[in-house]
Design a protein around this ligand. Structure first.
Ligand code: CDP
Length: 245
C-alpha cells in the first residue's frame, strides 16, 4: 500500500496546529524577568520560548569601539543547545551571526541612540525552544526589553513572517511550515509604517510577494497591540508596587 504524502494544510484550509491561514500562533509576553539586566522580556509564541535582556546605556568595552555621536548597539542572538530536536552546538553559527546582525539593524532605527554618545547598548536574545520564526519572536521580545530598560524609542518594533506553504499564503509559519515552504519575515515600526527588516527564504511571484507583505504587516499590527498591552501591564505592576510601599 502506498502511503499518502503528509500535508501541512487540510482541505478546509486548517493548518497542522489547528490555525487558519491568516492566524498568529498564541503569544504570551512578560517583561522584567531578569533581575540583573536593565531591561528584559520573555515571549512564548506557539512552541517558541525566547528571552531577551538589555544592558545599557553603559560605558563601552573595549573603549576604542565607542562612537562620538551615538550609542553603540550590539546584539547577540543565540540558540541554546536544547532549543531544537538535535542538540545544537553552543558556539555561534553563521546563521546566528547573520540573525544577530539583521536584528541589530532592524532595532537600530527605533532607538534614540544620539541621546547616549560614547555608550553601548547590548541586547542578548536567547532561544530556549525553537519552532520556526525565532528571529521575529526575538525581535518582539528585544524591542520590549529596550523599552523595559527605559531607553527612549521612536516606536516599538513588531515582527511577523508570512509565506507560502503548499500553494497557500499563510501567516506566522511554524517549524514544519518554515522547513517546507517559503518564509518571509518582516519587522515594522507601525507608527511610521516603516519596514526595518525584510528577508525571504524561497520563491514568490510578484503578486504573491505583495499579498504576503500585506499579510505580514497585518500580523505585525496584531503583535504591536500585544506588545503595548505587555508594556502597560508592566507599569501597572510598578504602580501597584509603589503604592504598597
Ligand atoms: O527561526 P527563524 O525562522 O527565524 O530562522 P530559520 O533559519 O528560518 O530557522 C527555522 C527553524 O529551523 C528554527 O526556528 C528552528 O525551529 C529550526 N532550526 C533547527 O531545528 N536547528 C537549527 N540549528 C537551526 C534552526
Amino acid at each position: 500500500m502506498t502511503k499518502k504524502p503528509l500535508t501541512l494544510i487540510n482541505k478546509k484550509n486548517i493548518r497542522v496546529d489547528g490555525r487558519k491561514l491568516d492566524e498568529l500562533r498564541p503569544i504570551k509576553i512578560e517583561l522584567n524577568i531578569i533581575g540583573n539586566a536593565n531591561g528584559s522580556a520573555y515571549i512564548e509564541q506557539g512552541k517558541n520560548k525566547i528571552l531577551a535582556a538589555v544592558y545599557g546605556p553603559k560605558e563601552v568595552h573595549p573603549r576604542h569601539l565607542a562612537l562620538p555621536d551615538r550609542a553603540l548597539l550590539r546584539c547577540q542572538y543565540h540558540m541554546s543547545p536544547f532549543s531544537v530536536k538535535e542538540r545544537k552546538r553552543p558556539a555561534p553559527s553563521r546563521r546566528e551571526t547573520e540573525i544577530s546582525k539583521v536584528i541589530r539593524e532592524c532595532l537600530s532605527p527605533s532607538i534614540f541612540g544620539e541621546y547616549y554618545p560614547r555608550t553601548s547598548i547590548d541586547i542578548y536574545i536567547e532561544v530556549l525552544e525553537a519552532d520556526g520564526g525565532t528571529r521575529c519572536s526575538g525581535i518582539i521580545a528585544a524591542s520590549l526589553a529596550l523599552a523595559d530598560a527605559g531607553i527612549p524609542l521612536r516606536d516599538l518594533v513588531a515582527a511577523c513572517a508570512a509565506g507560502k506553504v503548499e500553494e497557500h499564503l499563510v501567516l506566522d509559519l511554524n517549524g514544519p511550515e518554515d522547513n517546507k515552504g517559503t518564509d518571509m519575515p518582516i519587522a515594522l515600526m507601525p507608527t511610521f509604517n516603516a519596514v526595518t527588516l525584510l528577508q525571504m527564504n524561497g520563491i514568490l511571484t510578484t503578486d504573491e510577494f505583495e499579498q504576503a507583505l500585506n499579510l505580514a504587516v497585518k500580523g505585525c499590527e496584531q503583535v504591536y497591540t500585544l506588545q503595548k498591552e505587555a508594556l502597560k501591564a508592566r507599569y501597572i505592576n510598578v504602580k501597584e508596587e509603589v503604592e504598597e510601599e
